[in-house]
Design a protein around this ligand. Structure first.
Ligand SMILES: CC(C)(COP(=O)(O)OP(=O)(O)OC[C@H]1O[C@@H](n2cnc3c(N)ncnc32)[C@H](O)[C@@H]1OP(=O)(O)O)[C@@H](O)C(=O)NCCC(=O)NCCS
Length: 214
């Protein structure tokens, strides 16, 4: 028996060339947290996350993140899902991509968040994985809009959104770790998506659709 026999949403894999996004399972936690431990945030960027998880000492981050992942899996439902995915280049884990939605069957709107180990930045992987998850949401889940946010002082994330075809529609004054920050909000429609040149292959989408009731 595998994790996807128990939890069908864990059977999803999206491939494009050497890159794959696979629904995360508990077995992926140690490998992913080892990448996080080697560093995520580039020097050119403000701190990119809502919580301080990337700043924590290793042991604390490992425990907090593991509990966070199990919490996400325990709450996964058609009304409020967060699909955690591990990003691999070949066999190598390079980072994480998520896809979240509320009442997706009705709203057909997905949100994404992602990170890569710093050692893998600047090679187009961040853009490719965003293109892949958006193409998957539009083509396989019937999304009509994708949204994402980035702090204004995170040039790489803003650039990835713009390259993928998102359009900025709002800026908000938000709190980041107790201080004021500007959040840039983007949305993307299927017609505006800049797709990767190589074809995208998906396995496990039927089981996910059935689980989500779409
Ligand atoms: C955001 C992230 C996933 C992007 O991944 P990546 O693989 O480095 O991104 P890509 O290589 O596909 O594209 C990066 C783009 O940013 C540009 N960029 C990099 N540094 C920049 C800077 N200081 N100013 C302006 N643009 C910059 C690159 O030139 C590239 O654009 P180009 O292709 O037009 O030249 C990665 O940087 C990351 O994990 N950051 C930390 C976590 C994070 O910010 N997550 C997002 C939270 S909203």
């Amino acid at each position: 028996m595998t994790w996807s026999d128990l939890l069908p949403f864990m059977g999803l894999t999206i491939r494009c060339g050497e890159l794959s996004l696979s629904a995360m399972t508990p077995d992926d936690i140690p490998g992913l947290l080892a990448v996080a431990d080697r560093g995520i945030v580039p020097e050119c960027s403000g701190y990119p996350f809502i919580t301080d998880w990337a700043l924590l000492p290793t042991e604390e981050r490992n425990a907090n993140s593991s509990q966070f992942y199990f919490g996400v899996w325990s709450r996964f439902s058609p009304e409020a899902f967060e699909l955690l995915m591990v990003v691999r280049e070949g066999e190598q884990i390079v980072g994480a991509q998520d896809l979240r939605a509320l009442d997706f069957a009705i709203r057909r709107t997905g949100h994404t968040g992602s990170w890569l180990g710093r050692e893998f930045h600047g090679r187009g992987i961040g853009t490719r994985m965003r293109q892949m998850v958006c193409a998957f949401a539009f083509d396989e889940l019937g999304a009509v809009e994708m949204r994402t946010e980035a702090y204004a002082d995170n040039p790489t994330s803003n650039r990835v959104s713009q390259k993928t075809g998102y359009v900025e529609f709002d800026r908000a004054r938000v709190t980041r770790l107790g201080e004021l920050a500007t959040e840039v909000r983007y949305r993307l429609t299927p017609e505006s998506l800049n797709r990767p040149e190589e074809p995208i292959e998906v396995t496990g989408a039927d089981a996910l659709r059935a689980y989500l009731g779409i």
